[in-house]
Ligand binder design. Sequence first.
Ligand SMILES: [Fe+2]
Ligand SMILES: [Fe+2]
Length: 286
Amino acid sequence: MKSPDNLKIIPRDITVNLTDALKEKPYWLDNDPVQTHFFNALQSAFPEGERLFIDSARDVRDKYNDRLSETLKQQIKLFIKQEAFHGAHHEEWNKALSEGGYQKIAVYSQWFRKRRLVLKKRMSPLYRLAMTAAGEHFTAITARLNIHGDPEFMGSIDRPFRDLILYHAIEEIEHKAVCFDLYQQAGGGYITRILGAASFTFGMIFHVRRIHVYLLKKDGLWNKETKRKARQEVWGKEGLVRKLLPDILDYLRPDFHPWETDDRTWLLKDFKEDLKEYGIDPPEYA
Ligand SMILES: [Fe+2]
Ligand SMILES: [Fe+2]
């Protein structure tokens, strides 16, 4: 299995004013503080997370350059460009949260930055890339779930957050296999791929959970009811983990490849007009 020949990875830059948007709609997801803050917490890890992804892709590319195909080298460039734009948006999102009264977001970001630098020093490029490949799988399956798997989800998000999530989802799907292919072409093995995925998963659960709790506490909303709801949203029967489980388990197969599911056409079927509205040309495969 390999990435499709007609794959297009297109770095796009869009401008959004999140500070004003957050002031206007603090609970931008279905007017629900638990769900909104879950996504605020999840995205808060992304500026540093995406730096980790970019760094590890660059390091492995440079170390194993002679093993890589020219197509992949080109895809890596485009992946880095896309992630750099995403990082800037998440940076702005975090700034908007800090300015909106959640000052500790900056402290958490610093903590996360230190962790990233320690990882860079102590772990091999291939191990960090194994974490990255898992991170990319997670973002791609979450994108697929948000756009395709749960028809009501996108409709419950206020703009411009909806635009931002849609735009990210498209690009995460376009580049979903770049780090995976790089890991394989560089000669990365199965055991390290799975260990890297485990490190990524535990790190992310810990980080998102503590920021989610912080945001809700800051609003005076950390109580029995919201604790229960937060647990259900993630771990419950209708929760995120349960919905993503089949895709998570797929990743554990030794012969897994991200493009065994081609989600490009699903992704754009319902959102072609939205894309045009904020200046993004729907890719040709739509
Ligand atoms: Fe991204
Ligand atoms: Fe990504």
